[in-house]
Design a protein around this ligand. Structure first.
Ligand code: SAH
Ligand code: SF4
Ligand code: F3S
Length: 467
């Protein structure tokens, strides 16, 4: 991803490091696009860069602290560069930038600029200003549309995204779960207009992308302006994107259980391109804790949603997020969570110890849980999740599934792709399969991947003949 073919001379280099969620990964790419239009080429290591951007995450205490560790290391790079007569600018972007703003330049004086997730389209100007007078901070939620100001997808087209790409369709969150910083760092829910999304997906498809993951903190609450006015739901958007030539697979993340509408469930029934894999964070299996978390769903409504999705798309697999040790969580509440996991059966799940976030209601609640208790419960939940994950991988052995191939593998003659459930799949093939979907029989599992073989040798020969 390091080379671009922009018209401007590329005398400078930018390095962007992404932390946190996939929306940050997408934003990092767009930041590189913005600076690319200014003549910066993207590089893979900070040592090569004139501008180093850390795109940060504030979701848990440890995530935020990581940034300061990394900044310490980058400070040394800046000093070394200075001793060699080179000027390096350091920028902090993303959710820590939004949450801490001025505090960052106070705590780390060598940081030249701080830019929030809603203002990074202004990067060229901020970088120019920081070059003259370090310590520039922009954490506004501007009235202008960031996406409209970013380089058009066509301009960024030369920057290959590979086979699979992210597209942010919705940002921010109005749900205010009592543990979560996102409504504060990303602001209110905003959906991008349909026309802009279609144009971006078409440009990606033309650049060779075959799989698009639509992103949003609350992606299934999407309600963007349609081409002729009126609002489109996520389901309607997915139906339209499934028609874009070249797009073979669609995904969306992250969804809120209370927003799984009937039309979205029907889209899972009707759209072959919509992958049978859904991340649906539940956080807890206890109704009492879910209410304290302000989750707006309970365990029964979650089970009902899972059942409806399974009825619509029997091969669908679920993943989820769990917060362990939320204030007031008793052994019985925790057992409810374990029981919910047993009942659903997840293909994968992430679990986190509750982390106090300043400014959120959870931070003020009574009944904060002892660290040792959190750790013990986390181990238990992780052991259960790991066993379900293994069982799911094992259940695929002997099955024939469709794999979208991405690249050559490490071994000679090996091709690597992804299953509908996102696991990497390795096969031996006579030639490149990149960008193609092939039917693959799964013959074995590795720790984090699957081994398979081409089911249809004719299709393998057809590839060979075509090349
Ligand atoms: N929008 C998504 C989640 C965004 S944050 C949703 O609504 O599900 C990703 C995950 O981080 C959450 O699902 C939650 O499990 C975890 N998380 C958020 N705040 C946390 C906190 N204070 N402590 C521990 N985990 C947290
Ligand atoms: Fe955070 Fe809840 Fe919004 Fe998800 S829905 S981003 S967990 S406030
Ligand atoms: Fe982290 Fe911000 Fe994403 S807090 S999880 S980077 S929205």
């Amino acid at each position: 991803m390091s080379d671009t073919t922009d018209a401007k001379p590329q005398s400078k280099a930018v390095f962007v490091k992404s932390y946190g969620c996939q929306m940050n990964v997408y934003d990092s790419q767009r930041m590189a696009d913005v600076m690319g239009a200014e003549g910066y080429r993207e590089v893979a290591t900070p040592e090569e860069a004139d501008l180093i951007l850390l795109n940060t995450c504030h979701i848990r205490e440890r995530a935020a602290e990581k940034v300061y560790h990394e900044l310490g290391r980058i400070r040394e790079l800046k000093q070394t560069a200075k001793s060699e007569g080179r000027k390096v600018l350091i920028g902090v972007a993303g959710c820590v930038a939004q949450a801490e703003g001025e505090e960052i330049v106070k705590r780390a004086k060598y940081v030249d600029l701080v830019v929030g997730p809603q203002s990074y389209h202004r990067l060229p100007d901020l970088v120019a200003r920081a070059g003259i007078q370090p310590g520039v901070v922009d954490t506004e939620f501007p009235v202008e549309d960031k996406f409209a100001k970013l380089p058009k997808p066509a301009e960024a087209k030369a920057r290959s995204r590979g086979i699979s790409a992210f597209v942010t369709v919705q940002e921010g969150c109005d749900k205010f779960c009592t543990f979560c910083v996102v409504p504060y760092t990303r602001g209110a829910e905003v959906s991008r207009p349909v026309t802009a999304i279609i144009a971006e997906v078409e440009a990606l498809a033309e650049a060779g992308v075959r799989e698009v993951s639509l992103l949003g903190q609350n992606v299934n609450a999407y309600h963007g302006e349609g081409p002729n006015g009126g609002e489109w739901t996520l389901a309607r958007l997915l139906r339209r994107l499934a028609e874009v030539p070249g797009i073979l697979r669609l995904r969306y993340t992250t969804s809120h259980p209370s927003e799984m509408s009937d039309d979205l469930i029907e889209a899972h029934r009707d759209l072959g391109a919509l992958m049978p894999s859904l991340h649906l964070p539940v956080q807890s299996g206890s109704n009492r804790i879910l209410a304290a978390m302000n989750r707006k769903h309970d365990r029964d409504s979650y089970f009902r949603t899972i059942d409806r999705l399974r009825a619509a798309r029997p091969d669908i697999a679920f993943s989820s997020d769990f917060i362990i040790g939320f204030p007031g969580e008793t052994d019985a509440d925790f057992e409810d969570t374990m029981e919910l996991i047993r009942q659903v059966g997840f293909a994968a799940a992430y679990s986190f110890k509750y982390s106090i976030r300043p400014g959120t209601p959870g931070a003020e609640m009574d009944g904060q849980i002892d660290e040792a208790v959190k750790t013990e419960r986390l181990y238990a939940v992780q052991a259960l999740i790991t066993s379900q994950q293994r069982a799911f991988q094992q259940s695929l052995v002997g099955q024939t599934i469709e794999v979208l191939f991405e690249r050559a593998g490490r071994k000679f003659g090996q091709q690597v792709g992804r299953s509908p459930y996102l696991s990497p799949v390795q096969v031996m093939a006579p030639s490149s399969l990149a960008g193609r979907i092939e039917r693959i029989r799964i013959i074995g599992t590795e720790t984090n991947s699957l081994n398979g073989e081409l089911v249809d040798p004719i299709s393998a020969r057809a590839v060979q003949a075509a090349e």
